[in-house]
Design a binder for this molecule. Structure first.
Ligand code: NOJ
Length: 765
């Protein structure tokens, strides 16, 4: 495979005309769309289609400038246009802007025999032009409404730009921060992940898919991609059924229950079978057991990769395996379009498989209303008005503030005083307008984020001195290239140290560049990249009043900072409004309320580390070596899942399970009082965990089973109520069957996964 690595305009859409557009008449009239149901319309259309046209619906081509994967052999623009005009393309990705979309749509609708419109896909991962925080950051808000709204805005902007299908939400659970794609998901927990999956699907799809500002969502990557061995992207996955059913699948199931229209499979193999060829996942579980009636798109050329994995001899066999397994659409792989029709003619693939896939794809197109008006997303006026407006910026600012996690706040360095202070702002990421946009932002413009410096400058009462301390990057800051934070040039460090000497507070903005996490960006170290640790330690020698603001796409190992730096704020990559959100938290205009959706390890050796681990047979510390531990590190994480502080303090009391013994079919009422005992109004995410003490399949030491985001004024108290049912108390056995077992349970309530507040109850048959 040849790698295409530049984001540049290679072929512009108008190049179409070079290949000639014949003047066939618009055959839309062949489709009578009036009174029939969508099923009838699909059946009627299907009956008119040739085998090649049906296979064409299963074929998706990349557009002509954004390239989000390696370019496969023979993938030329000439072939794409030829196929487009023959009606052999069902979808395109990475075509955007109303004019461009209109042009490809025009060929599909006006130049082909049946005039079937294209569905236009794009990676709208955390916003289109106006960017929200990266999804991992948004997950830290635990605020399902804000997350839904953020997806809604992304859909409004993307649809205004001609797009009607997003490759989001990414719902991969991962316990390995070395994997760069943890920034795209909701973290390590299946319960939180399932709730967020639903919120995001609802946000993208809205309540009526046929509106011109809603788009089809795509839950990805089905499945288990987040368990890539050693955190290396695209790597092998080998996990047991218990992990698959209890940890990996729940967010996908939740997306399906929320009505998600499509799923994307993944690059990994699962227990020896590349998942693109996995009938077990796609046909048996997804389509048969869960009754999913949308369609599955392959990941970028992942059908071809079945061969490279060593599971198919050639494209013909790969096409057969993937289509029978239930991969309905081939993304930029050229395999289906070249092989499938012949496979059917040779009697190797049943035509019903092709009909089923085509039916699924056409159904989504009808639901989107594309047959009623194929150009409904192509209104330039709408494009002008609905992209990047103030309302959208306000909304992403809101969710950005909510995503910030206060990890540590000693000596009350925060919130900052608003007047009379001398503040030094130091760090290579402090003046960054590009990095906060994260890695998935192809629809946005480079260097458009509000930097921390700009955010801080809004507050005029203090003296603000800025020093970058290090030149930012080595390499090219782009979606396809490697980038690093300065590893050699120390020339700026001294200036930063001098500036730090005579100030009241130093704010240091360190972390990862936005292009250091995301696809293809696994790391073996989780420290502050480049010379940043050195810069931090040098500045610390000059002034100990440091607030460390981390901007990064994954949990980092910051044990030294935790030991020495009094105040640490996790600010992720927060999107377009990043600097405003950070400044408003630092100055206390927003009281931080985020909680970690992923465990922060002390060191890389602890990875994978997660809160819902199993007890082992030797969990208890012994005076000898014979217990489950490391000889060179604690077992415990640096910051646990669910951790996050506020400028206020919260007191839990009156924790009660209302009863001690319950039937399996009962609801179990649990209440706790929460009081804001601090000096500020604030918010707390009250978390509820259970432990099923004895299971036919051993159960984790804790499992999140409820949470509530509670607003409390200073001195206010509220009673929070949870109701557990068998849905929360059961689990999947190794046959994938959901079971609830009687016995003793512990239940925990508090502000993080290590809360000590515990009660018990018993479940009976
Ligand atoms: C590959 C990525 O794995 C997937 O998430 C993305 O949607 C496609 N490329 C399309 O860009």
């Amino acid at each position: 495979m040849k790698h295409h690595l530049r984001k540049s305009t290679i072929y512009c859409i108008s190049a179409l005309f070079l290949f000639g557009c014949s003047n066939k008449k618009n055959n839309n009239s062949m489709i009578d769309t009036k009174k029939e149901t969508i099923k009838e319309k699909v059946d009627s259309l299907l009956s008119k289609m040739t085998l090649e046209e049906k296979v064409g619906q299963m074929n998706q081509y990349n557009g002509f400038w954004d390239v989000t994967g390696p370019v496969p052999e023979g993938g030329t623009a000439k072939i794409k246009f030829e196929h487009l005009k023959k009606g052999w393309v069902g979808s395109m990705l990475n075509v955007r802007g109303t004019e461009n979309v209109k042009e490809v749509q025009r060929i599909a609708v006006e130049e082909t025999r049946l005039g079937i419109p294209l569905i236009i896909g794009f990676d709208v991962i955390h916003g289109y032009k106006t960017l929200s925080p990266i999804p991992l950051a948004e997950a830290a808000s635990w605020d399902l409404q804000a997350i839904e709204k953020s997806a809604r805005i992304a859909a409004i902007e993307a649809s205004a730009s001609g797009i009607n299908w997003t490759f989001a939400p990414m719902v991969d659970i991962s316990r390995d921060p070395r994997w760069g794609r943890v920034m795209e998901g909701a973290g390590e927990d299946p319960f939180l992940g399932a709730k967020i999956a639903k919120a995001r699907v609802q946000g993208f799809q809205g309540d009526d898919l046929s509106k011109n500002n809603t788009i089809a969502a795509c839950a990805k990557h089905f499945a288990a991609y987040g368990f890539s061995e050693a955190g290396r992207d695209y790597n092998t996955v080998d996990i047991g059924t218990s992990t698959l059913y209890n940890s990996v699948l729940p967010p996908f199931k939740s997306a399906v229950d929320a009505g998600v229209k499509t799923l994307m499979n993944s690059f990994n193999e699962l227990n020896g079978v590349p998942v693109t060829a996995s009938k077990f996942l796609q046909r048996d579980i997804l389509k048969d057991k869960w009754g999913f009636n949308g369609f599955v798109v392959s990941d970028w050329a992942s059908i071809n990769e079945i061969i490279i994995w060593g599971h198919a001899e050639n494209k013909r066999q790969a096409a057969k395996l993937a289509s029978t397994a239930g991969s309905d659409m081939d993304m930029e792989g050229y395999v289906y379009v070249r092989e499938l029709a012949q496979l059917v003619k040779d009697g190797i693939v049943k035509e019903e498989i092709i009909d089923d896939a085509t039916r699924r794809i056409l159904t989504v197109k009808f639901e989107l209303g594309l047959f009623d008006d194929p150009y409904k997303y192509c209104d330039p006026e709408n494009e002008k008005q609905n992209i990047g407006n103030k309302e959208h910026h306000d909304a992403v600012l809101d969710v950005a503030k909510k995503s910030i996690v206060l990890l540590k706040n000693e000596n009350n360095l925060l919130p900052l005083k608003k007047n009379g202070q001398k503040i030094a702002l130091i760090g290579p990421l402090a003046n960054e307008k590009n990095s906060p946009l994260g890695s998935w932002r192809l629809g946005s413009d480079d260097n458009t984020a509000i930097s921390v410096l700009e955010g801080m400058q809004q507050y005029k009462g203090n003296t603000l001195l800025f020093e970058k301390g290090l030149d930012l990057i080595e390499g090219e800051a782009s979606f396809t290239q490697h980038v690093n934070i300065n590893t050699t040039n120390r020339s700026e460090i001294k200036k930063a140290v001098n500036t730090a000497k005579n100030v009241d507070v130093v704010i240091m903005v360190l972390g990862e560049h936005g292009f250091q996490s995301g696809e293809g960006r696994s790391r073996t170290e989780l420290n502050l990249p480049g010379l940043q640790q050195e810069l931090l330690e040098e500045v610390y020698k000059a002034n100990k009043n440091i607030v460390l603001v981390l901007t990064n796409g994954r949990p980092l190992t910051i044990e030294w900072a935790d030991k020495n730096i009094p105040t640490i704020v996790e600010a992720w990559q927060l999107g377009s409004q990043s600097g405003n959100a950070i400044a408003s938290v630092l100055y206390g205009d927003y009281n931080p309320s985020g909680k970690l959706p992923m465990t922060f390890p002390r060191n890389v050796g602890q990875v994978p580390i997660y809160y819902n681990y199993k007890n082992t047979g030797r969990p208890k510390e012994e005076p000898n070596v014979f217990w489950s531990h490391y000889i060179d590190s604690k077992n415990t994480p640096l910051y646990p899942f669910g951790h996050g502080l506020s400028y206020s303090t919260f007191e839990y009391s009156n924790f009660k399970v209302h009863g001690s013994s319950f039937n399996i079919n009962d609801f179990i009422k649990i209440t706790v009082d929460l009081k804001n005992t601090g000096e500020f109004d604030g918010k707390e995410v009250v978390q509820l965990y259970i432990r099923d003490l004895v299971g036919s399949i051993t159960r984790p030491v804790r499992e999140l089973k409820g949470f509530e985001l509670v607003n409390l004024k200073k001195d206010e108290t509220k009673t929070i109520e949870f109701n557990l049912s068998k849905k929360e108390l059961g689990f999947y056995n190794n046959d994938g069957k959901f079971i609830v077992e009687p016995g003793k349970f512990e239940v925990f309530v508090g502000g993080s996964s290590v809360t000590k507040l515990k009660q018990e109850f018993e479940l009976t048959k």
